[in-house]
Design a protein around this ligand. Structure first.
Ligand code: GDP
Length: 136
């Protein structure tokens, strides 16, 4: 069993598709073991995306992630990290495979509907960041 973090981003919460996105996870066999609807502070977004600090879109990304509510959840299942990434599709929705969350719900490379941890190690860090009570 593996755990990963999913964040449903402000564009998707604004479109009222939290339920539809969570259903994709459940239908794929992932179990939602924790979840919260929240609005990130500038400090939280900045710290969460620290790895991208040197990238040109860092400011825009942090601004965007604080622009509305987000739904953060912990997903559990076999190969949860890779499975969630597969369900999400490519970062740029234009490149995302048909039937993926980003192909179906995302608007642009920054407003791209979902975040998902990109490795087991980062999943553990991200779970600790948002749900310290769950960290192993
Ligand atoms: P992910 O793992 O597929 O989410 O992609 P990355 O880790 O590469 O990037 C993190 C997030 O930064 C993405 O989900 C996008 O929201 C944003 N991002 C990535 N590349 C770009 C870009 O070229 N321009 C802008 N504006 N945002 C980007």
């Amino acid at each position: 069993m593996e755990r990963t973090i999913s964040i449903i981003k402000p564009d998707a919460t604004a479109k009222n598709v939290i339920g539809k996105i969570l259903t994709r996870f459940e239908d794929a066999g992932l179990k939602i073991v924790a979840g919260k609807l929240t609005r990130l502070t500038k400090e939280q977004a900045g710290a969460f995306y620290e790895v991208h600090k040197e990238r040109p879109f860092y400011g825009e990304l942090c601004e965007y992630m604080t622009s509305g509510p987000v739904f953060i959840s912990v997903l559990e299942g076999n190969d949860a990290v890779a499975l969630n990434r597969k369900l999400m599709g490519a970062t740029d929705p234009k490149q995302a495979e048909k039937g993926t969350i980003r192909a179906d719900f995302a608007d642009s490379i920054s407003a791209n509907a979902v975040h998902g941890s990109d490795s087991k190690e980062n999943a553990e860090k991200e779970i600790k960041f948002f749900f310290p009570e769950l960290a192993q």
